[in-house]
Design a protein around this ligand. Structure first.
Ligand code: FES
Length: 178
């Protein structure tokens, strides 16, 4: 059997990660100079973060040194090197949201979940990422929550409403886990 694109044969004989979703990205951009950031963005979109295995795979396909790729991934705050929670909270810290209380919303999230920007809860349910403008400033302050069901935008947030939203999501996750 031939294993293509660094993928797993599925026989259970090894734990080699399956990068078949990333392979088309590397086919399209792998040999185009200056495409590393695009490749890393797409890899993160697919897997949620950049694992060392993903960095090695990108290195293998582009010919770039792993240390260089790792350096780029750690330089830009947009890249994550650890897995994210089941629900990614993207809290807008753009100007309109800032003026309308985004810091207060961040405080409420930290109080409720005991995490700061870039961190994941111990139960793996939430990750918080502060973002630039999410493009719906009329609803400021705004957060978007990304999970297996897609993206949902929550606007006109207050400390109470954000805590209520987070509790509802947590309850739902706990029900699913039972
Ligand atoms: S500044 Fe928050 S959505 Fe634009």
């Amino acid at each position: 059997m031939t294993i293509e694109n660094g993928g797993c044969c599925g026989s259970g004989c090894c734990t080699k990660p399956d990068f078949s979703d990333l392979a088309p990205v590397l086919e399209a951009y792998g040999k185009i100079p200056g495409s590393l950031i695009t490749i890393l963005q797409k890899a993160q979109d697919i897997y949620g973060y950049l694992s060392m295995d993903a960095i090695d795979y990108i290195s293998e396909k582009t010919g770039l040194k792993p240390a260089l790729i790792y350096g780029v991934a750690t330089f830009y705050t947009q890249f994550r090197l650890a897995p994210i929670g089941k629900n990614l909270i993207m809290l807008c810290k753009g100007t309109a949201c800032h003026v309308n209380g985004a810091d207060m919303i961040e405080e409420a999230i930290s109080e409720e979940l005991d995490i700061s920007d870039g961190e994941t809860t111990e139960d793996g349910i939430f990750t918080l990422n502060n973002m630039a403008c999410l493009g719906c400033c009329s609803l400021a302050p705004v957060m978007m929550i990304k999970n297996r069901d897609g993206d949902e935008t929550y606007g006109n947030l207050t400390k109470d409403s954000v805590k209520k939203i987070l509790r509802e999501i947590k309850n739902k996750e706990q029900e699913v886990a039972q």
